[in-house]
Design a protein around this ligand. Sequence first.
Ligand code: BGC
Length: 261
Amino acid sequence: MAETQQALGLDIGGTGIKAAVVDVGRGELVSERVRIKTPQPSVPEEVLKICARLQKKLKWQGPVGCGFPGLIKDNVVTDAPNLDQSWVGHDIVQGLRSHLQQERIAVLNDADAAGVAEMTFGAGKGRKGTVVLITLGTGIGTAVFYDGVLLPFTELGHLEMYGKDAELSASEGARIRDGLSWKKWAAHLDHYLSRLQYLLGVDLFILGGGGSKKAHKFLPHLKTVGSKVMTAEMGNLAGIVGAAMRGAESAVVRGATGGLL
Ligand code: BGC
């Protein structure tokens, strides 16, 4: 029987931190999915402690991949709009290594993680051209692919719309915060997607994240880009699976150096 390759996938979000052990060859969870609320304030020390609790709960000792909701350069967080600002300047790879007692660590953007999983096992499988996965959550995350190859760390949720960050009006967080009807919110999302469509020549949008769970409520209202939109197939597991895939790669490709970025 072929050897299965497994890794722990962690998905740090603005409201919850999720984890599971993943068979990265099949893109499937081989443990339960565990979740703990993101601590408030979401400072590095407290978030990292929760990552360690989740690892312990799943009794996992092995490679770890972590999706993070922000920008990371050379292992250091440079922006994390939906977490405590003390993350900026924090070496997240080092932090995870010491809290998880694990050398084989890979960190990537949370939306990139979801995108990698959807392109390999989900809605984007085999899709050519420009595919953009959008996560609709507390903020908006984006993962841009051309012929299946990822352009990492795009931050298109911060594209300016109505004079401010697009995620302030088109994210799931904005819909809830502003008490918008599905129709009204869908108009913002439609406007946002059509801007991206124009700027990047997008062939396919894949909508994921918590906000895509009730897609039937807003898809009919996406008048401009509707024909190019699909919903993600892996739901909120995509972020965990994609992170684990990178975690497993860091073990094989980079050995103990980790910090694959
Ligand atoms: C962050 C992105 C992240 C997205 C979803 C945005 O505010 O800038 O890096 O992917 O939220 O979590």
